[in-house]
Design a protein around this ligand. Structure first.
Ligand SMILES: [Zn+2]
Length: 271
């Protein structure tokens, strides 16, 4: 009995001591660029940015397929669906729009068609959505489709009253929430201020999710600003890499607690 306990204990020590421990992960930033697919020139410029980036592509836009294939082929880049969702200002959503008046069958079919149009997507986030994301029922439908396709969701948080993250957790869908919008104001100085705010959050809280757009001002600033992250030891990761790290951490924490239980069991047996 003691022999087998000791064996398991050493195995746990080995597993827990290998790769990363929770407090050894450096601060992380997930950078998402929205509204891709509309403008081919902007898309090309957005793809020229270095390092891990998650690109959110609007369905059925002129450059959507070509852009997604190019992004998908690049290392450390990934594509998600930028799902157009009804907004309070009633701004037009374009093709693939999701609205509260749709029946469940119609709503899910529109969403599935959007996803089918971009087969390389790993997740989705909301385009606009200040009206739809407040409503539990349609957000539950979104998460049911995300779950059946094994996709993650990023809540762009276009309203403080959003229910998206709650509904994702309830459905067992991996979720991230946007903390900083880079370019509400399309001005180099304002973009820099927002980027520095994101850097501060990453350093203080260990993680930050940032959303920007492929505006020339934003891309120009990012070329200058991104090297700062390396200097500060902030790791840039795609959304899916971030979520994978989270899963690894949780597994590791579970093993650590098993190890602690084992240590106390061994202590009791030797007394
Ligand atoms: Zn958008």
């Amino acid at each position: 009995m003691i022999k087998s306990l000791v064996g398991v204990f050493f195995w746990l020590c080995f597993v827990v001591a290998s790769p990363l421990l929770a407090d050894e992960i450096s601060p992380r930033m997930v950078l998402i660029l929205d509204d891709l697919g509309v403008n081919a020139a902007q898309g090309r410029a957005a793809l020229d940015l270095p390092g891990p980036i998650t690109y959110a592509v609007l369905p059925f836009t002129p450059d959507a397929t070509r852009f997604s294939i190019k992004a998908h082929a690049k290392p450390s880049k990934e594509v998600i669906l930028h799902a157009p969702m009804a907004n309070i200002a009633n701004l037009p959503l374009g093709p693939g729009g999701l609205y509260p008046h749709q029946s469940e069958a119609e709503f899910k079919q529109v969403l599935r068609n959007n996803l089918d149009s971009l087969p390389m997507v790993k997740g989705l986030n909301n385009h606009m959505g200040s009206l739809l994301t407040q409503q539990e029922r349609p957000m539950r439908w979104v998460m049911e489709v995300a779950k059946e396709r094994d996709l993650f969701f990023i809540d762009s948080r276009t309203t403080a009253a959003t229910q998206a993250a709650n509904m994702a957790r309830e459905a067992g869908v991996s979720v991230l929430e946007r903390r900083v919008f880079l370019d509400h104001e399309i001005d180099s100085h304002a973009i820099e201020q927002q980027f520095l705010r994101a850097v501060e959050i990453a350093l203080e809280e260990g993680e930050v999710v940032v959303i920007g757009h492929p505006y020339p001002e934003t891309l120009e600033y990012l070329h200058r600003g991104l090297p700062l992250l390396d200097e500060l030891g902030i790791q840039r990761v795609t959304a899916s890499a971030f979520l994978r790290q989270e899963t690894d951490l949780q597994k590791r924490q579970a093993l650590q607690s098993q190890q602690r239980d084992m240590e106390s069991a061994l202590r009791l047996t030797s007394e």
